[in-house]
Design a protein around this ligand. Structure first.
Ligand code: SF4
Ligand code: SF4
Length: 430
């Protein structure tokens, strides 16, 4: 695609890759059929190709974007399905990340929207504050249930959460066997998961201990920075990244883990936030190289679950399009004695997409209905995923839903661990 970026813009470490992405696009449109928002809305401006033109015009010109540009770029999920379908290897991620940062720096959003985004960036990244929010949502449940739009989406997240106990700070020692290779992995607490579903990290600790891996809580770290990054708040995101890198460098570990695929994808891509920074870029690169996803560490293990459930596994976009760990979850679940049931359009985003389910509740809800319709048609006993955002978003759907839980909870139960809260609360015969 022809462009008019200046030599200074092309030389900029952040703008340069975005300009390169624009130049690589040959406008073929192969990506449109894979884009959830285009599939749902049928509007070229809500397709990857249409958004690339909007972002090109916005970034070339510089300064304040138009409301139309912001509207359609905001409606992008950053699911990166388009990236996997593109024959020209357009790095859409670099372009949309830079476009979101540009909007954050140059566009004055309405007051309510600014307050909401600030709240997400400052409150949802801190588990202690999320817990206060959960309590408030529960105390005010009759009112919270009636809240419309974005506030309703936030309140619902609190109302459906079933946290079981406090966030774990200690994890089991590895189970030693003759062929056991012990690894010591630092685990980051993350943000909302610690408050909404602390049982996930506990289950991960037990599952990995059976495989010779010891988890150690990474003191001094917190959120991975993905939540502010999704909103273009790069300063906030970089601050979280620096905390995590500094905390990791202070110890000696065989890697660093965070147990949501969306956060893993953020950690593996963390160096791009420091492109051109002589101090932090090399440190971020070393940290990214040490980052692990649960699926990088977990190996198949034969087990005999109390019930051999039919499992629908929802692969998060971060798992499919960023981490590229497709198919591993299904192998783990089958080895543990479960039956995987396939469903249509498993490649399409469920509408969770980081902060998207709160900021774009209408379109996010449409994508969830589409996803759940396809999943329920396969008649599963349970629905599993590896990303807290997807789990919470899907569990907030309408209708009679199966228990929805993290893959580690299911594996742990099959291998002799406790009954996961979502199963205990279900009417399934265990
Ligand atoms: S598939 Fe790639 S090259 Fe073709 S329009 Fe989409 S982004 Fe551009
Ligand atoms: S990232 Fe996802 S929603 Fe955004 S343009 Fe690409 S496919 Fe569409």
């Amino acid at each position: 695609m022809r462009y008019n970026f200046t030599p200074e813009q092309i030389a900029d470490p952040q703008m340069g890759p975005a300009a390169q992405a624009v130049r690589s696009c040959v406008h073929c449109g192969f990506c449109t059929a894979t884009c959830p928002t285009y599939v749902e809305l049928g509007d070229e401006r809500d397709s990857p190709r249409g958004r690339i033109i909007l972002m090109k015009d916005m970034l070339e010109k510089g300064g304040a974007p138009t409301p139309e540009q912001v509207y359609h770029i905001d409606r992008c999920l950053s699911c990166l399905n388009c990236k996997t379908a593109c024959p020209s290897s357009v790095n859409y991620q670099r372009l949309v990340d830079h476009a979101r940062a540009h909007i954050q720096d140059h566009y004055q959003r309405p007051l309510f929207e600014r307050a909401l985004r600030w709240t997400i960036a400052k409150v949802m990244t801190r588990p202690a504050l999320v817990r206060v929010g959960l309590l408030m949502a529960r105390l005010g449940a009759p009112v919270a249930r009636l809240l419309p739009g974005r506030l309703g989406a936030m309140a619902k997240m609190g109302l459906i959460a079933r946290p079981s106990g406090p966030e774990p700070t200690h994890f089991p020692k590895p189970v030693l066997g003759p062929a056991t290779v012990i690894q010591r992995i630092a685990i980051m607490p993350g943000c909302v998961q610690g408050a909404l579903a602390p049982q996930i990290d506990s289950a991960v600790g037990r599952v990995l201990a059976r495989r010779g891996i010891e988890l150690v809580a990474l003191e001094g770290s917190g959120c991975c920075g993905a939540l502010p990054h999704h909103m273009g708040r790069e300063d906030d995101s970089r601050a979280w990244a620096k905390k995590a890198i500094t905390a990791y460098e202070a110890g000696t570990y065989d890697g660093v883990l965070i147990t949501a695929t969306g956060c893993s994808a953020q950690l593996k891509d963390i160096a791009q936030q420091f492109a051109g920074d002589p101090v932090w870029e090399p440190r971020a690169k070393a940290f990214a190289a040490a980052s692990r996803d649960f699926l990088d560490l977990c190996t198949p293990m034969a087990a005999a679950p109390p019930r051999a459930f039919r499992v629908a596994y929802h692969p998060a976009c971060s798992l499919q399009n960023s981490l590229k760990l497709n198919g591993l979850s299904e192998k783990l679940l089958e080895a543990a004695g479960f039956m995987i049931v396939p469903f249509l359009e498993s490649h399409l985003c469920c509408g969770s997409a980081g902060t998207y389910s709160i900021l774009q509740p209408e379109l996010s809800g449409r994508l969830r209905r589409r996803k759940l319709g396809n999943i329920l048609a396969s008649n599963p006993d349970v629905l599993a995923s590896g990303n807290i955002g997807c789990l919470q978003h899907l569990a907030a759907g309408e209708g009679d839903l199966p228990p929805i839980l993290h893959i580690a909870e299911l594996l742990d139960w099959a291998e002799g661990g406790p009954v996961p809260p979502a199963l205990a609360a279900s009417n399934l015969n265990l």
